[in-house]
Design a protein around this ligand. Sequence first.
Ligand SMILES: [Zn+2]
Length: 322
Amino acid sequence: MPRRRNPEHERRCCAEPNRRERGASGAPPPAGTSVAYHLPMPTPPLHRPPRHPHAWAWLFGLSQLAVIAIWWVWGWKAGLPALMVTHGALVWATLRPRSRLLSPVLSRLPTQDRVVWLTIDDGPSDDTRAILDLLDRHEAKATFFLVGARAQARPELVADIVRRGHGIGQHSQTHPQAWFWALPPRAMRAQIDQAQSALTFLTGTRPRWFRAVVGMANPFVAASLKRHGLARVAWSARGFDAVLRDPAGVVARIERDLAPGAIVLLHEGAAHGRNVETLETLLVRLKALGFRTVLPEELDPAPAARPSEAHRAPGQLSRGQR
Ligand SMILES: [Zn+2]
């Protein structure tokens, strides 16, 4: 599969003529000589932390001024619907996992190759070891979106995930699934800060990807994502494996949305105990359909991902040691 161009690299390498254009000596061409420059079309990076995490507040404030003006001029019959629409937009953007209104979100990989990104939420768990063995047997890779507190309780599983070459993403510190969407700024910040610190300490690398609990990211998520350089990830295919216990049924639902570059949402540690079986059924089906698994770093190398020396405990893995 051809590698995707890295815009960061292209900005550096293509701002000046290449060596052949400069001549064998590497000297710049004489004055007046025309030189062909590469001007590649920039491609947006896959990894996009929010750049303007408070833009929503300004836009919302302006929308409320507009609502007041509408109410003033046309009365409540126009003002009330306008008020409901503006507030509804904020709620819709929070509850819809793929909404880009509040911050960028990756919900598919931009490729035409028959590859999928497996993302496994809610670990580590009693399923983790079996999942790792299964992935090894199928020569598959996945990104594990880990819950900080669960990772702290089972650091040996986190080390095993990293050692076997899988990705680590963060999925909050305590996974408050009923209220994550409604957390106020301070509590939201604590969820993301603590998980980032825990996972950075345990893996020696700062996670780059974030998945909101139940996929719902309210307006207060973006500021923490920007501070930690985290990019939000949703999905394009899921089978509700956290609640449905029939592997064949779950995989059939996933299959409906399988396409090149699909991001598949999976879980581990569900109470029904069938997550490993579901993954096995899916891996067999993916192979039959000619799909292979991929991590996003294969398409978009991570210039910003650096081991955090400040957070690494003695004896922990560095990137070069894995
Ligand atoms: Zn979850």
